[in-house]
Design a protein around this ligand. Structure first.
Ligand code: ZN
Ligand code: ZN
Length: 347
């Protein structure tokens, strides 16, 4: 089969490799589509080898069951679905409580094995997955639109659910960065809450997308964005701020715009420093009562629920399709901020 593999730091190659064989508790999926995430781009940019062997990237996977391994319960060949990206143990205290994204088996990294970031991922014609990771999508959802649900919808869903105490009717939610995750986040906020949604981005096209997705107000990011948000909220700030970028500028913006007792959620992984200190609140720093949470992935329940929202037509991922062989072009467009929504590879 053809697989898009990371073969050396910065090197992506379309290689011909054996089709994997599913063992007990595993499935072989014929890939219908695989989304490209900024974390794939991050891994591609690492200056050291990610693994000893060539690694097939891709953790947003949709496809059809082709082969059943032993002991996979009621799954059947031909079933369509997407892949839950936390390949957790399923048996520890956190997994049993439903918190599979912080599985104890992963230790302090709290990142269970993820396809394309350890085990081979979905940028290939076939992928082998644990049967537990398969989430059915029914017959109607298109694979290309479904694949990004696995991360670009799951992750904002989890971040939003973790801030529901702040997202009361009439509250204001700020979404920073209207890319793959951000454009879905705006739709989720409008679907799940009665809040006013302010979208922030540097790119007018992304703000236009935010409006299409239901944003009430859009702000082009500049030196005055924090002041603009405060003016729109009677000087208090937004009850919930979701940073889908995570660079120094957006982290600082989040601190300056979150309301007292508000929720600041770090989702984007750009390594930005919010500059939070323990001094008295009241100035531009983090206000009294505000919480900061680094939100990783989501739970299986979050994924099942975003699939239901997509099936109902409430959430729709904006995508650009690329042939698997054109992955490099897709990555370059993602890195330059040119992708509207999510780039999706079709094998
Ligand atoms: Zn991702
Ligand atoms: Zn576990």
């Amino acid at each position: 089969m053809r697989a898009m593999q990371l073969t050396a730091p910065g090197t992506l190659e379309l290689r011909t490799v054996p089709v994997p064989e599913p063992g007990p508790g595993e499935l072989l999926l014929r890939v219908g589509a695989a989304g490209i995430c900024h974390s794939d781009s991050f891994v591609l940019g690492l200056p050291f080898p990610m693994s000893e062997r060539p690694l097939t990237l891709g953790h947003e996977i949709a496809g059809t069951i082709e082969v059943l391994g032993a002991q996979v319960g009621d799954r059947r060949v031909g079933e369509r679905g997407i892949v839950y990206l936390c390949w957790s143990c399923g048996e520890c205290r956190e997994c049993l409580r439903g918190n599979e994204n912080v599985c104890l088996a992963a230790g302090r990294t709290a990142m269970p094995p993820c396809p394309g970031l350890g085990p081979d991922g979905g940028m290939a014609e076939y992928v082998r997955i644990p049967a537990r990771a398969f989430v059915p999508i029914g017959d109607d959802l298109d694979f290309a639109h479904a694949a990004p649900l696995a991360d670009a919808a799951l992750t904002p869903m989890h971040a939003i659910r973790g801030a529901m105490d702040q997202l009361r009717p009439g509250a204001t939610a700020l979404a920073i960065g209207i890319g793959g995750l951000g454009h879905v986040a705006v739709q989720l906020l409008k679907a799940l809450t009665e809040t006013r949604v302010i979208a922030v981005d540097v790119d007018p096209d992304k703000l236009a997308l935010a409006t299409t997705c239901g944003a009430d107000i859009t702000l082009r990011a500049d030196a005055d964005t924090a002041a603009a948000v405060l003016e729109l909220t009677d000087g208090r700030g937004a009850e919930a701020v979701f940073d889908f970028v995570g660079n120094d500028a957006t982290a600082k913006l989040a601190v300056e715009t979150v309301a007292p007792n508000g929720a600041y959620r770090m989702v984007g992984l750009a390594g930005g420093v919010p500059g939070i200190d323990s001094g008295p609140a009241g100035g531009p720093g983090l206000p009294w009562g505000a919480t900061v949470r680094k939100s990783y992935g989501g739970t299986r329940t979050d994924l099942v629920d975003v699939v239901a929202l997509a099936a109902a037509g409430t959430v729709r991922t904006e995508i650009e399709r690329f042939d698997l062989a054109d992955a490099r072009t897709a990555f370059d467009r993602l890195d330059s901020g040119a992708i509207r929504g999510r780039a999706v590879l079709i094998p």
